[in-house]
Design a protein around this ligand. Sequence first.
Ligand SMILES: C[S@@+](CC[C@H](N)C(=O)[O-])C[C@H]1O[C@@H](n2cnc3c(N)ncnc32)[C@H](O)[C@@H]1O
Length: 442
Amino acid sequence: MVQLLERMKTNSRHFSKKSETSNTSNGTMAPLLLNSTWDYKTADTKQYTHCYHNYPAMMIPQIADRLIAMYGQNAEILFDPYCGTGTSLVEANLKNINAIGTDLNPLARLIARTKTLKIELQILDLYLKQFNDFGFALNFGQHDLNNVVVPTFKNIDFWFSGVVKTKLALIREFIANIVDINIRQFFYVVFSEVVRESSFTRNSEFKLYRMPPKKRETFNPDLFSMMMSKLARNRKGLIAYLNQTKGHSATTSVLDFNSVEEIDYIESESVDIIVTSPPYGDSKTTVAYGQFSRLSNQWLGVENAGQIDNTLMGGKRKGILKFGIDIADDSIDHVANVDEKRAKEVYSFYHDYYQSIQNVSKTLKHGGYACYVVGNRRVKGITLPTSAITQAFFEANGFHHTKTFMRNIPNKRMPSRNSPTNTSGETATTMNYEYIVVMQKD
Ligand SMILES: C[S@@+](CC[C@H](N)C(=O)[O-])C[C@H]1O[C@@H](n2cnc3c(N)ncnc32)[C@H](O)[C@@H]1O
């Protein structure tokens, strides 16, 4: 394995930027060529309910679709242990496959659940009409804004102007009074995007950065129009989803569960296929899912919304121990040679990742496939071979490697330059490629 790491380094110099290596089942190195058929650069990634809500590092639906077609023929259950907004769950449902998803972020679960709901259009339209009347009255000053109960979470005034706060509170009250729980969720998902877009956040970034004062002074979002256009967009997506799933019996469960822990809600060896995209690294230094979702979660009444990133994979620092898996141990050693603290962060992530793979593996049937979409991020100038580490972790849990596809990370899904120091404006190149690692259980 040490050799493997050395070879990877040499090869990445040899092959142009567009090819890397992957070890084959017999241990030899095979060049890993960039396969642009997995890029889906011009594909419509917002079909069906995929249009509902933006989220960092979303999976491309076409990737989930293709993986299910290739490795999930006759599948009855798909599992996504880091389901985020439920891209792979929706894709399973579109093929009448039952789906189970877990995520620790309440906002992600709300979105994932809602995207797989078969909401009755007729009832939805009644509420849309009511909301239209409500918004009209709001815009024409017919609501008493003095009696609105505005939440008081920390820093609310830092992120929202007085008038936006009041209007958000009124809209939230309208939604809370919707009796039909599915439709209530449909509205909350739209509300969540409006929360973010009507805040002083710079919306071009996933992390929370405040607009400069000049922009704040003139920032006057029309919350009602925002709600209406998103409701209309999502209704259109829902109609497409309902048409496609007509007569289907597949069900979906979205659960609040930490994938690092032992899984007791799925029977062992009952899952046919896993299609997932785990976090690229710990949420503090890579993609801050909790931070992205914080304002929405706060408005939705989630307690400790500011702490979510600490609970995600790698969120708790651990002292470094050996895995006994060379490619992982060597990678952490390399980082430790440059920066011990960063090495601890990297180790903590891989520690949780290993445990998670161990637990998730047990749910899969023998012969079933685990498809992991991962990125090889850079830390302190060192590329961490998460794709090869994923393969090695699975191999240690009774799997063999089927294939790794290497693809370009498309434009805005994941910033190819991010802010690894968490300092606004400071960026560094992180990842340009993603790897789809396919493993089969022996
Ligand atoms: C790359 S995102 C998944 C995106 C998803 N495929 C989509 O299309 O929306 C990774 C997700 O893993 C979740 N996550 C991180 N650590 C977790 C853990 N220990 N248990 C469960 N979910 C976790 C994050 O909240 C995040 O939503």
